[in-house]
Design a protein around this ligand. Structure first.
Ligand SMILES: *Cc1c(COP(=O)(O)O)cnc(C)c1O
Length: 381
């Protein structure tokens, strides 16, 4: 296939009428071009440029947090978090998450130990964290899954009592508040992702929010090869720098976030209202005082219903997602290992029943009604 042929095939695909679980937010092009003009005239495109620094300030303001450091993606944010806190041995974590949470632990030569989730919030169950602690445990890496805050007060108490470091993978929790305070304020470190599929994006990107100011210097070194000065490399760092072109996308997108969250909220409430009475269907119990509506997870009565709905939607050009199936503990690279020892009863149950429905700001009411009608029809047969 020559290039023009493959390009036109790609274009045909992108203008098809498929509905995906999410849709990327792109800023108005002329607004972005204003930033590009400035980048061109500065001749500075990466290495902690002025737009990265500006975006850090703007994000601290928007999210109401201190000590926010931008990195190139949410996965490196996790790795740098683990590295900067000098974690070793075992890390207690959740299996109901995106691959990056577990992979980052393994990438840092640490051992993930899986705790079960709570059946209402789908977040890690503090009682099971306690059961999994032993002499090798050095940290807890919890996830605010679908942006819903963990049991942060209980988990903090467990971490303090057992002298464990506490990291939150807050990849989904942009703008979320718990008890009227940013959820990113909890733990020693929170990390966030600005990947294209997340509700605030910089194409690829992420950030680290750190409680202890003394760690800022170290994290800055870790994200830039450990280079302290022209002739001094003081740490075996990595390259986790964001560039100016992506920071500019972020500065543009930040202006629309509030409006987008409001539109998402309307869709979320509409789904809940219309699907609320369907047999056995359950919604995540939201513990946030201010939520971002980044996902629309629904939990069916059983896996047969879930799989039927998934296929019916798919046949109609609607791509829902079984996030986060399979559990990370079931990834192929663990396969020679029996994970019965972890006793993940609730996580194993929920992961077979859950489905994330399409939700994004300009998903229109006709499309939503079509999705709802397909679900209703499927559950009746
Ligand atoms: C998206 C995501 C990440 C990783 O973020 P990237 O920016 O894609 O590297 C980490 N954890 C969770 C839970 C995520 O959903």
């Amino acid at each position: 296939m020559d290039t023009s042929e493959s390009v036109s095939k790609l274009m045909a695909k992108s203008i098809s009428k498929e509905i995906n679980v999410t849709k990327v937010d792109l800023p108005p092009l002329d607004e972005y071009i204003m930033y590009l003009k400035e980048i061109w005239s500065n001749g500075w495109i990466t290495n902690n440029g002025k737009f990265v620094q500006l975006l850090e300030k703007e994000l601290e303001k928007y999210l109401n947090v201190k000590n926010l450091l931008i990195v190139s993606n949410g996965t490196l944010a996790l790795q740098i978090a683990l590295k900067s806190l000098e974690i070793n041995g075992e890390v207690i974590t959740t299996p109901l998450t995106f691959a990056a949470t577990t992979n980052a632990i393994i990438w840092e030569n640490l051992t993930p130990v899986f705790a079960d989730i709570d059946s209402k919030t789908y977040n890690i169950d503090p009682r099971d964290i306690e059961k999994k602690i032993n002499n090798n445990t050095s940290a807890i890496l919890a996830v605010h899954v679908y942006g819903n805050p963990c049991y942060v007060d209980e988990i903090k108490e467990i971490a303090d009592d057992n002298n464990l470091k506490l990291i939150y993978d807050a990849a989904h929790a942009f703008g979320v508040e718990y008890k009227d305070k940013s959820v990113l304020d909890y733990g020693d470190i929170s990390t966030i992702s600005f990947h294209a599929t997340k509700i605030f994006n910089t194409v690829e990107g992420g950030a680290i929010i750190v409680k202890d100011k003394n760690l800022i210097k170290k994290i800055k070194l870790l994200r830039n090869h450990g280079i302290k000065s022209e002739e001094q490399v003081v740490l075996p760092g990595t390259n986790a720098k964001m560039n100016e072109l992506q920071a500019a996308i972020g500065l543009c997108n930040l202006k629309d976030v509030n409006n987008n969250i409001m539109l998402r909220k309307n869709i979320y409430s509409y789904y809940k209202e219309k699907l609320g009475d369907l047999k056995g269907l359950k919604f995540q119990k939201i513990s946030a005082s201010s939520y971002n509506y980044s996902y629309m997870p629904v939990c069916f009565q059983n896996s047969i219903d879930r799989d039927k709905v998934y296929s019916e939607l798919y046949k109609n050009g609607i791509n829902s997602r079984k996030y986060f199936y399979p559990l990370t503990v079931d990834f192929d690279y663990f396969k020679n290992k029996d994970h019965a020892e972890y006793n993940l009863k609730t996580a194993s149950d929920v992961v077979n029943k859950i489905l994330c429905l399409p939700i994004y700001p300009n998903l229109n009411i006709t499309e939503i009604n079509r999705i709802i009608a397909i679900i209703e029809r499927t559950l009746k047969t």
